[in-house]
Design a protein around this ligand. Structure first.
Ligand code: FAD
Ligand code: SF4
Length: 519
């Protein structure tokens, strides 16, 4: 009797814990393209194409390495449409003595997995995902008894544990973080080096065709598809980043330039999250660039912090806080998501450009997500669940474990500050400082109120005023609240009215973008 090893779409790593130690002669690897995962929310077309193409390539690689792979395609007429349905069918085909699987990245899928034994009558072994440095149990141990979970303390432990950028017990350069050096706005004419062009092969083209017909009415374009779908392609993308963009990554990490969608970012998150790249290996190679004098410490430390700090921390928080995190709404935000998040049709040049990049590439970089798209949703008081659904749909790298804490915790403060010590709320001045958007915008960033004023300005004060009972005692907001209190009654009333006018004109999104109307 065989061992059945289901490999999910974001588990495309040859060193996956469930494969390690299995004998290919006695194992059936099960891979499943199921409609439930593609339409649970109506993902961006490019995201579905990326995942299915990467799965098909991975299955071919496993077969070439001697594994027996049972691959269920989306268009298989008997496809049951869900992981559980397919596990039941595969158990009937193979009568396994054991189902061996790595824990998923989605709380919802784990709940289903916990029932597989009951449905199949076969023992199910769920293994920790060893592709993360910090296991769920270890993170829970670190978090136990702490009043606040702050990334910087967690990050120090990860540096010590990995030895990355360490001189003995001390951090290289005498500081744990060089973030303060990584906040430059864009100089005029800033452009990033082009990404390597990855021509889609026949297998990818076939998937792109399938997606463009089967998911034609999903958000997003397939025209610009350029995501790595194999480990070899991901390696090409990683090399290009380490050689061409890493040295400038830190300094311009927060900069935004209209029409420049990638600048000096890694653009590796989809490949990392699918398992095509090993984050620790990337960090070691980034450190080697610093040690060889080819990249400055601030850039390399910044990159390593994102991966062993933020990425690991975010995942730990997800499993610690679920399922409550999905329902959190500390600020009581209830406004529906405006339609321009889908259409991009807004006079706000910053938002329009971020939505355009999102539609074309299934990508926007971190500051666009946090300080434009997230910040606007925070200031306007959009219901966190609608914002989280949007982020889950539109980005190629969006999986529940990483998308939800970033949206609910970091961008929207919906968790009441367990993840971030203060909301990332900012007026138009921040966007103006960090981008070239405002120059081409119909709104005037220097105007504070009225129909021509940058909407972020009045919304910022509206946000602080309406949440004063919940945020007014936050020490990190003491200065803006003091400024608000010092303002004349008239000025305050003018700001609030201007914000109300703008909010009143926002058109809610049509239903059906996230889920079919009938769902
Ligand atoms: C509101 C919001 C939603 C987000 N949703 C996602 C998401 O669904 N999936 C996702 O992978 N990231 C998400 N992020 C984090 C971050 O924006 C993306 O990882 C990053 O933009 C990916 O692009 P990159 O590879 O060019 O990253 P870079 O900016 O070059 O960073 C390097 C790597 O660090 C990791 N990283 C950086 N920041 C984070 C973070 N906050 N959380 C987790 N990993 C991080 C990523 O693996 C990334 O590839 C979100 C951030 C915000 C503010
Ligand atoms: S003026 Fe305001 S709305 Fe326009 S681009 Fe600048 S920040 Fe965005």
């Amino acid at each position: 009797m065989t061992v059945l090893v289901p490999v999910l779409g974001d588990q495309l790593s040859h060193g996956l814990a469930s494969l390690t130690g299995c004998d290919p002669a006695d194992t059936v690897v099960l891979m499943m393209e199921v409609a439930e995962e593609a339409t649970h929310v109506r993902h961006h077309k490019a995201k579905i194409a990326l995942i299915f193409s990467a799965m098909r390539h991975f299955a071919a690689e496993l077969q070439a390495a001697g594994w027996r792979v049972d691959y269920v395609r989306l268009d298989d007429p008997d496809n049951a449409g869900s992981f559980t349905g397919e596990i039941i069918r595969a158990s009937e085909r193979h009568s396994p003595r054991l189902i061996r699987v790595v824990e998923p990245g989605d709380w919802r899928v784990e709940q289903a997995m916990l029932d597989w034994q009951t449905f199949t009558g076969c023992p199910v072994e769920i293994l920790p995902d060893s592709r993360f440095l910090c296991s769920r149990d270890e993170f829970a141990g670190w978090a136990a008894g702490r009043k606040e979970l702050r990334m910087e303390f967690f990050y120090r432990e990860m540096r010590r544990r990995t030895g990355l950028l360490m001189d003995g017990k001390d951090p290289v350069g005498g500081k744990w973080t060089f973030d303060a050096e990584n906040r430059s706005g864009p100089p005029p004419g800033l452009a990033g080096p082009p990404l390597p062009r990855l021509a889609p092969n026949a297998m990818t083209q076939q998937v792109v065709e399938l997606v463009s017909t089967r998911f034609a009415d999903h958000f997003g374009s397939l025209e610009h598809f350029n995501w790595p779908v194999t480990a070899a392609e991901a390696e090409q993308a990683a090399e290009a980043f380490l050689n061409k963009r890493l040295p400038t990554f830190g300094q311009l990490q927060d900069a935004m330039v209209r029409g420049q969608d990638f600048l000096f970012h890694a653009v590796l998150s989809p490949a990392i999250n699918l398992g095509l790249l090993d984050p620790l290996d990337l960090c070691r190679r980034a450190e080697a660039e610093y040690r060889a004098g080819r990249a400055p410490l601030a850039a390399v430390e910044g990159f390593i912090r994102q991966l062993i700090g933020w990425r690991e921390y975010i995942r730990g928080v997800y499993w610690l806080e679920m399922p409550g995190l999905a329902e959190d709404n500390f600020l009581g935000a209830t406004r529906p998501l405006p339609d321009f998040y889908w259409t991009g049709e807004t006079d706000m040049a910053c938002l329009a450009d971020c939505v355009r990049s999102t539609r074309e590439n299934a990508y926007a970089h971190h500051i666009q997500r946090l300080m434009v798209l997230g910040n606007f949703a925070l200031l306007a008081g959009i219901r966190p669940q609608e914002v989280a659904d949007w982020f889950l749909v539109v980005y190629a790298d969006a999986f529940d474990w990483v998308e939800l804490p970033n949206v609910a915790g970091m961008a929207l403060f919906a968790d009441g500050g367990r993840l971030a010590s203060k909301p990332y709320a900012a007026s138009g001045a921040y966007i103006d400082r960090m981008s070239n958007y405002c120059g081409s915008c119909r709104y005037k960033v220097k105007l504070k109120a009225g129909p021509d004023a940058c909407p972020f300005n009045a919304l910022y004060w509206h946000f602080l005023a309406r949440n004063a009972d919940k945020l007014g005692r936050n020490m990190r907001l003491a200065n803006p609240y003091a400024t608000w209190r010092r303002m004349s009654e008239d000025k305050r009333a003018e700001y609030l009215a201007s914000a109300e006018d703008f909010l009143g004109q926002m058109k809610p999104a049509e239903p059906g973008w996230v889920r079919h109307n009938s769902d």
